[in-house]
Design a protein around this ligand. Structure first.
Ligand code: DHB
Ligand code: FE
Length: 285
């Protein structure tokens, strides 16, 4: 039987990926951020999930404003690294888990989540930077990855509550998959940041720290934050934080906090990393 055992939430700031690719992790600007990733990488090497269901947002790489799926699931065996304008990142391409992905697609749709099914999907920094944060620079990614792209680019994005419900459904559906697999769910993006307009550069550390606390102890309260509140408190791109609720919803009620790291700035963002283990033995809440 498969189970969602682990949750990871992390920012995906593209320059973090560039710092890793160009061996700049020890430079004074980057060192305080990467020091906080060390414990996460050690944990990841021990945890060894077989599959990562990775909730992220595409940044006009696989989709653009011609086509805006709210939730898109990658069911392929292989996902190429997107060229985001400066050539694809020099990292291994991503291997999928087609069987589990189709099991998720079928059961999520039958459960009322109208997923877009993607047979071909180049993956951009939204997905690859979190992998680099957790694994460094391996020759191949140690886990298979099922990309779950969430629209947080074009209004209206899904609500935090919808993302939470999707996470809970993922927990149940993974549990029904008839193969022994340890699954991690990643929620990526955030934390507070705004890349545009008069408030470009906006970071809200008290909001972020409270969000981290509540993600562990009172996640359902986060599902009641409206889009307007999230935009106002976390910035226009801080809306990416709704994806963290997919991860948290997939872990069940009881979790153990393994690691937390928060650092400002990473480029224009407040960077957060939180690792949780599920202590819930039921597939249901
Ligand atoms: C930055 C952050 C993002 O989340 C993103 O998608 C692109 C750029 C930044 O801080 O530079
Ligand atoms: Fe982003």
């Amino acid at each position: 039987m498969a189970e969602v055992a682990y949750g990871v939430a992390t920012s995906h700031t593209p320059s973090i990926g560039a710092a890793i690719d160009n061996d700049r992790e020890e430079e004074p600007y980057w060192a305080p951020l990467f020091e906080g990733y060390e414990a996460g990488r050690k944990w990841m090497a021990d945890a060894e999930p077989d599959v990562i269901i990775l909730a992220y947002n595409d940044h006009a790489s696989a989709f653009d404003l011609d086509l805006i799926p709210t939730f898109a699931l990658g069911v392929a065996d292989h996902f190429p690294i997107a060229d985001e304008g400066y050539g694809p990142r020099p990292i291994p391409s991503v291997e999928g888990h087609s069987e589990l992905a189709w099991h998720l697609a079928e059961n999520l749709i039958l459960d009322g989540f109208d997923m877009t099914i993607c047979n071909h999907m180049p993956v951009d920094h939204g997905l690859t930077v979190p992998l680099s944060i957790m694994y460094g620079k391996p020759d191949r990614w140690p886990a298979k990855v099922i990309p779950l792209a969430v629209n947080v680019i074009q209004y209206p994005p899904p609500t935090g509550k919808r993302c939470w419900d999707l996470g809970q459904a993922i927990r149940r559906i993974v549990h029904d998959f008839d193969e022994d697999l340890k699954v991690a769910v990643f929620g990526t993006g955030g934390m507070s940041h705004q890349l545009q307009g008069e408030r470009a550069g906006w970071v809200n550390t008290p909001f972020d720290k409270a969000f981290l606390d509540r993600l562990v102890d009172d996640p359902e309260s986060l599902t009641r934050i409206s889009h307007i509140e999230l935009l106002s408190d976390a910035g226009s791109e801080g809306i990416e934080l709704v994806m963290w609720l997919i991860m948290r919803g997939a872990l069940g009620r009881n979790v153990r906090e393994v690691h937390r790291h928060y650092h400002v700035p990473a480029s224009n963002t407040a960077a957060g990393l939180m690792i949780l283990e599920s202590e819930e033995h039921s597939a249901f809440l």
